[in-house]
Design a binder for this molecule. Structure first.
Ligand code: PHE
Length: 434
């Protein structure tokens, strides 16, 4: 449940649908689905298995796979890069999550008649962005330092079905509106030429790794909390299915809603056909959709943005836990101190991004999600596939799944992880650099 909480977040409702909308709809959807199951799921398994075995953070875990000093050091370095990337992801994540909270409060303000306040809350201003980024970081820091993560996750696992239900209802509603069918067409009718573009493929790869929280050590840490009784391939498969399922469902909401908004006269596309703004697309089209609903719209908007803020929070705590766990476990720093210092540093980076939004926001997202996460995933595949002893991998997997050695998963996965995953990730990178 915690791993699903980490996976389900802004990546599903803000990340994937926006990327799909700006990269040819169905073409992106297809590539994303293929990469999620062919690359991301096996890579998730690598992190979970190694994490449960090592009972430690990524730095220690990667180091422990070998007795060769060079490989140990390289592994530790990859773990440290992972925690820097996790921190950088949090720095932009807190900004977008802040927008979710602002929209949640705006719905509340509108419901009680405070129209001016509501308008300010949904407007894109530096002051608002700084306030809500800080608020969100403060909440993340408070949860991690009080050690009440478990409570939050238990709570959010009850709210998640509600998010799913809200999404379903919204999809059904949007599909009844004028213009929605055009969005549906874009989302489902692939144009195979763009599906083969290297840029699209690498964006879809980054999107899948981001959505499943891969490469940065988050899932590895969560693996270290999983009990030995648990069947890992099944648990990992469930997390993948839920996460990808919610992203795909969100696409059925956002793309049709985009064309409904267009139909209502909202400007979505620039003259060259590109999106006016990818970053804030859903914050334009969803409020437009809610305003279509009349009186009920306010409540729906409140519910939706509230649930999204919680979903973002269960992801952000899993990000902050990565550098914090490492600093506590490997450097003996006290929890509160580690959380405060690291949290404050990340908030500073967020502030720098906000002050240079036009240049930094997109660049940090591309650097972390599109390039770093898949490359770190590559390192995990190599370490679990080649460097860690095969017998140790099998013993670890067997714990919750005694007959795994006879099953299909064991026949395919180790070789897939050794050969197919690294080869495809490299190929995608080489292609995208040409
Ligand atoms: N998977 C999260 C989401 O979809 C983002 C995330 C990335 C969380 C990396 C942890 C680590 O929102």
């Amino acid at each position: 449940m915690a791993a699903a909480g980490s996976a389900v977040g802004l990546g599903n409702i803000w990340g994937f649908p926006t990327q799909a909308a700006s990269n040819g709809g169905a073409a992106f959807l297809i590539v994303y689905l293929i990469l999620a199951f062919v690359l991301a799921y096996p890579a998730l398994m690598a992190e979970l298995v190694l994490g449960r075995h090592a009972h430690a953070n990524a730095v220690t875990a990667l180091k422990g796979t070998s007795s060769n000093p060079l490989l140990r050091n390289l592994g530790a370095t990859a773990g440290i890069v992972g925690f820097i990337v996790a921190s950088l992801i949090l720095s932009f994540y807190a900004i977008v999550a802040g927008w979710m909270i602002a929209h949640c409060l705006a719905s509340l303000a509108a419901l009680v008649g405070a129209t001016d306040l509501a308008e300010w809350l949904v407007g894109f201003s530096l002051t608002r962005n700084v306030i809500f980024m800080t608020l969100f970081m403060g909440m993340t820091i408070a949860i991690i330092s009080a050690g009440v993560r478990d409570g939050i996750e238990r709570w959010s696992s009850r709210l998640m079905p509600l998010l799913l239900l809200t999404l379903f209802a919204l999809v059904v509603y949007v599909l009844t509106l004028d213009g929605a069918s055009e969005g549906l067409r874009v989302y489902l009718m692939p144009d195979f030429e763009s599906a083969l573009s290297p840029q699209l493929i690498i964006k879809a790869l980054g999107s899948a790794f981001f959505s499943l929280s891969l490469g940065v050590g988050t899932m590895l840490i969560y693996g270290s909390y999983i009990s030995d009784k648990e069947n890992l391939p099944v648990a990992g498969g469930l997390v993948t299915a839920v996460d990808i399922g919610i992203a795909v469902l969100a696409g059925f909401l956002v793309l049709p809603a985009m064309y409904v908004a267009l139909n209502n006269g909202v400007e979505i596309f620039a003259a060259d056909g590109a999106l006016l703004s990818e970053d804030t697309l859903i914050f334009t089209v969803l409020p437009e959709l809610f305003s279509n609903m009349g009186l009920a719209g306010g409540m729906v908007s409140l519910t939706f943005f509230f649930l999204m803020s919680i979903a973002a929070l269960t992801s952000s705590i899993s990000m902050l836990e990565v550098p914090v766990a490492y600093t506590i476990e490997n450097h003996g720093v006290k929890r509160l101190r580690a959380v405060m210092v690291i949290g404050a540093l990340i908030a500073m980076v967020s502030l720098i991004i906000l002050l240079n939004f036009g240049t930094l926001f997109g660049a940090i997202i591309a650097l972390t999600t599109r390039y770093s996460q898949p490359l770190l995933g590559f390192v995990f595949c190599i370490y679990v596939g080649w460097i860690w002893h095969r017998d140790a991998v099998l013993t670890e997997l067997k714990k919750g799944a005694p007959d795994i050695a006879e099953g299909l998963f064991w026949k395919i996965w180790p070789w897939h992880l050794r050969l197919v995953c690294p080869a495809i990730i490299l190929l995608i990178f080489v292609q995208s650099l040409r």
